[in-house]
Design a protein around this ligand. Sequence first.
Ligand code: GLY
Length: 299
Amino acid sequence: MQPSIIVHGGAGDIPPGLLEAHREGTRRAVEAGWAVLASSGSALDAVEAAIVVMEDDETFDAGRGSFLNADGQAELDAGCMEGTQLLVGAVASVQFIQNPIRLARAVMEKSEHVLLVAHGAQRFAQKMGFPICDFTDLVVPREFERWQRFLRERTHAAPQVPADPADTVGCVALDQTGHIAAGTSTGGTRNKVPGRVGDVPLVGCGFFADDELGGASSTGWGESIARVTLARLALYHLQELGDPQAAAQAAIRVLRDKVNGSGGIILLSPAGRPGWDHNTQHMACAYRTARMDAPEVRL
Ligand code: GLY
């Protein structure tokens, strides 16, 4: 089987000054994942490698640089799935963990569960030897200032609402053995109610992988994505239509028409053909297949 990989850096309205950072960040992520696949690594290792690059890049709403909740804290969600045994691992509302995608994978591989949340997830992280990071490892000045603006505007009659930057990161990979994996990671929505959880750690909503159906990762307004189970929906359309690009478009149409939702989706067919679509202004997306000499970045 020929390997293939696709990543996204979030669907939304990216300010002009951040467009290049989104292009560069998704390119670096897909290159990290491709390096794993090219040296016969697993699809799950490639997904983790690509997502860690974007979690560590403060451009994106995931890991370091995440949006803050209404209390000014980073609460992170992540989930992943491998498509052979349909194993799933996810974490929600975790704090002081630099790479929640790694913790989600540990839930998959080292616990009997599919989803751990908040304090329980953190206790599991400590038991698994994950380092506990500092506030400043996750909270960047851009987001701290944005949160302070939110506090000021909340007390005034006519708040200036800035354009929504893109949210969330994700990846789908197919390895040389024909296995597919998918993963997604996010800081969630800006100024969210503490304890709010979106689509990202919910299997079928934020991510899905099945070697026989393909793999998908979602991004956008989590409440709307969860209501249409966007990742699983995209793979249903892929089975129906046979074309990943048409399947992505069909899934985003349902998101828009049924629940007035907004967001984006990336997917790979079981043979590694990529597809993507979004109904937001932007979505940074990068992919590489065995036929390509270098990644293609779309934004
Ligand atoms: N899609 C990310 C979220 O709504 O939390």
